[in-house]
Design a protein around this ligand. Structure first.
Ligand code: MTE
Length: 361
């Protein structure tokens, strides 16, 4: 479906929600388009580049409408290698603590990295005369209507103006050197490196500069961390912690959790990622459940905004083998031990230690 690899794990066909098999994600620092995860909340719009239009508005700006040609020829073109990560990545860790009804059981693959090309959002905003006021927010609107929202509404979200004015935030029309595929937001999507994937709004058609965060369901009610005892059905817009930058996390991709591996040398591989103003500085592996740790080999990041791959070689003896992995970021923070300590009824931002169990024969 949607030109994805045959081994793609499809959680839902409509709306289309799918993640790559861990072994497929592991092979490439820049994820091929046929391997890149896809997260959708409604039907995928079909917009020809010739019909696409972006309106930019707000109390403090001069209203404007840009065509695809205006956007692609009227501003400088820039490239950013950035990892997108869904806030629901690794939700299965939460599901082991409690069931989370109505939410897809994402494994470690709701994250991927691409080379995005487009215009800087800040260049477009500056052309409309947006004031340099850090208290403002930039809201994004899209045409895909989601009946998962209450009430049913088109997808949207917002980011604070200082992030919107950062050089890494793009209005992208190109992914890995080819026109942005429809399933990933073509003709044009926002790419907000370092923020949860939810803010990288696809099929963007409206930008509004405003004094408060977006009131869209996917900003005001979803993608928020509710207290562990909250009832999501009775939560009100604004309840819980609103997610912005991606929480430090890592996972094991190969050999896949649950695999049977031959005794002898084994090399574990995976990723680690830290959002926005933090970078991954260390990944450690434990063979005794977290009592002692040894450093993994960390590969350099492809960019300031990309994940880091890690590897760890060990000698496995016949019998059960359990490894635990944690990352550290540039603030000296590391990951919490268990998903149980983080559990929330919507299952967002599980950044607990990663574990993998193998049967060594
Ligand atoms: N934009 C629109 N218009 N509609 C959506 O459903 N999903 C968001 C974001 N942008 C979404 C959207 C979420 S939650 C994520 S994680 C990313 O898109 C996924 O991007 P991808 O499908 O290109 O991987």
């Amino acid at each position: 479906m949607w030109d994805k690899r045959p081994d793609t794990i499809v959680h839902e066909r409509s709306p289309f929600n799918a993640e790559p098999a861990p072994s497929a994600l592991c092979g490439h620092q820049i994820t091929p388009v046929d391997t890149f995860y896809s997260r959708n909340h409604g039907p995928i719009p079909d917009i020809a580049t010739g019909d696409w239009q972006l309106t930019i508005d707000g109390p403090a700006t001069t209203p404007q409408a840009l065509s695809f040609a205006d956007l692609t020829t009227g501003f400088g073109t820039h490239e950013v290698i950035a990892t997108l990560q869904c806030a629901g990545n690794r939700r299965t860790g939460f599901n082991r603590v409690h069931d989370i009804p109505g939410e897809d059981p994402w494994g470690p693959g709701a994250t991927s990295t691409a080379q995005w090309r487009g215009a800087r959002l800040r260049d477009v905003l500056r052309a409309t005369g947006v004031p340099d006021d850090p208290s403002l927010h930039v809201a994004f609107g899209a045409p895909d209507v989601s009946d998962l929202a209450t009430p049913t509404q088109p997808y949207g979200g917002s980011i604070p103006l200082p992030k919107a004015m950062s050089e890494e935030v793009l209005l992208a029309w190109d992914m890995n050197g080819a026109p942005l595929p429809r399933v990933h937001g073509g003709p044009v999507r926002v790419v907000v490196p370092g923020y949860i994937g939810a803010r990288s709004v696809k099929w963007i058609t409206a930008i509004t500069v405003q004094s408060a965060p977006s009131e869209n369901f996917f900003q005001a009610s979803a993608y928020r961390i509710l207290p562990a005892d909250a009832d999501p059905e009775s939560a009100r817009p604004g309840d819980g912690i609103s997610l912005s930058s991606v929480a430090l996390n890592c996972d094991v991709l190969a050999p896949q959790d649950g695999a049977t591996v031959p005794a002898g040398p084994v090399t574990l591989r995976g990723y680690a990622f830290a959002g926005d103003d933090r970078t991954v500085e260390r990944v450690e592996v434990s063979r005794d459940g977290g009592t002692t740790w040894a450093p993994a080999d960390l590969q350099p990041a492809s960019s300031r905004w990309s994940w880091r791959f890690w590897s760890f070689s060990l000698r496995a003896a016949p019998g059960p083998l359990r490894v635990t992995v944690r990352a550290w970021d540039s603030t000296g923070s590391t990951q919490p031990e268990t998903a149980a300590a983080l559990w929330n009824p919507k299952g967002y931002a599980n950044n607990s230690w990663a574990t993998a169990r193998y049967d060594v024969t």
